[in-house]
Design a protein around this ligand. Structure first.
Ligand SMILES: Cc1cc2nc3c(=O)[nH]c(=O)nc-3n(C[C@H](O)[C@H](O)[C@H](O)COP(=O)(O)OP(=O)(O)OC[C@H]3O[C@@H](n4cnc5c(N)ncnc54)[C@H](O)[C@@H]3O)c2cc1C
Length: 347
């Protein structure tokens, strides 16, 4: 029997962030990963503390960014790779009223570090911008796909990941420990994203998952070096390739790219750009969004050996490192979780 401190189910952004906490604290672990969910792998990966519909602060964003950016930097150093790609965001403004709102909110104490308090009037080939842009700075994108791939390989080298579906039915509970196949552990932390639906211990939690699709286009004449945000975002990937997204679909629960998703994105894109382009890729995943739009963190109400880190919603890149720390301190040091993230709010 292999003895470890933790079993982790799922290696998306949530699982990765928790595993990092374990490593930093010299805890042993085994990860189970079955590739049933794709959210972290397909995510746009953007981090941005401003809600661009209404120019309001994203919940808890300042604290999250203070933890997240050093978190990714440390991983860049560990793997000698680049994951954080700083990139400004240009919000295409649609009226004089929006211009005024941009000015009015740009000195908000939580936003003034990011919202540049002037209107950007530069024009770009193939983009109509009669009301110009509001620009955000200190924003960017984490290449979660490459990061997860590097982390996976590292766990393979260290022989602490099993590529198989975790089978909830065969957990044995004994005093303060759990046994699962040939592994004995003190705790299991479930980080399955939308996979939570298969988890009989935590599927009572009110996830309101939202499928999202993205396309990649090749547009040789498009010359933007910032993320353009309008009805969709257009994110430069280099070599005139751009990521365009994303859709929100609350009915389709599959990870498959759809014709409907592509058409929706193309239709919206055609209203923003008038240059030629070709769709060269399409991906889809299910965002683990929650009824009250807050993460699902905590230990099971009756089975203290089981914990959960989920509900990262539309902003896993920013949220994961902060809530992983909070869950770790809750489990290991008995620290009380903030009410708004604690799953006890649904007891
Ligand atoms: C189209 C799209 C665009 C997005 N854009 C952004 C963005 O720009 N910025 C941002 O911050 N966020 C974005 N998100 C949201 C972000 O992707 C999520 O918040 C985050 O990925 C959730 O991470 P997670 O680890 O909880 O879930 P997941 O990434 O779904 O990971 C769960 C993992 O658990 C595994 N698993 C599940 N069940 C089992 C089981 N029984 N046994 C073994 N393994 C299991 C799955 O295979 C998966 O690898 C986007 C999401 C989508 C879909």
């Amino acid at each position: 029997m292999k003895k470890v401190d933790y079993i982790i189910v799922g290696l998306g952004l949530a699982g990765l962030a928790f595993v990092r906490e374990l490593e930093k604290n010299n805890k042993s672990f085994i990860v189970f990963e079955d590739d049933s969910q794709h959210s972290s792998k397909v995510a746009g990966g953007m981090y941005n503390p401003v809600i661009l519909k209404r120019f309001t602060p994203v919940w808890d964003a300042k604290r999250q960014l203070e933890i997240a950016l050093p978190f990714y930097k440390e991983l860049e150093e560990k793997f000698n790779a680049t994951y954080d790609i700083p990139m400004d965001i240009g919000r295409l403004l649609t009226s004089i009223e929006e211009q005024n709102n941009w000015f009015a909110t740009s000195d908000h104490p939580l936003l003034s570090d990011y919202m540049i308090p002037k209107i950007e009037t530069k024009t770009y080939t193939g983009i109509e911008s009669p009301f110009d842009y509001g620009k955000l700075t200190k924003t960017g994108r984490i290449d979660a796909k490459i990061l997860l791939n590097d982390y996976r390989n590292y766990l393979v080298e260290n022989e602490c990941i099993y590529f198989e579906a975790f089978n909830y039915e065969v957990i044995q509970f004994e005093n303060n420990i759990v046994k699962y196949q040939d592994v004995e552990a003190a705790k299991i932390v479930f980080c399955e994203g939308f996979g939570i639906k298969r988890n009989p211990f935590f599927n009572y939690l009110p996830m309101r998952e939202a499928k999202g699709e993205l396309i990649t286009i090749h547009a040789p004449e498009l010359e933007i070096d910032f993320v353009l945000k309008s009805a969709v975002f257009i994110l430069p990937l280099g070599e005139h390739n751009f990521l365009v997204g994303a859709t929100f679909n609350w009915k389709d629960k599959t990870n498959n790219p759809s014709e409907e998703g592509k058409n929706e994105l193309v239709e919206k894109l055609d209203k923003i750009i008038s240059v030629n382009y070709k769709v060269i890729d399409q991906v889809a995943g299910i965002r683990p969004t929650v009824k009250d739009r807050r993460p699902l963190i905590g230990t099971h109400p009756k089975l203290p050996q089981l914990a959960i880190l989920n509900g990262l919603g539309t902003r896993g890149v920013m949220i994961a490192p902060t809530v992983a720390k909070e869950l770790y301190k809750h489990i290991e040091c008995g620290e009380t979780l903030r009410k708004e993230i604690d799953i006890a709010r649904f007891d």
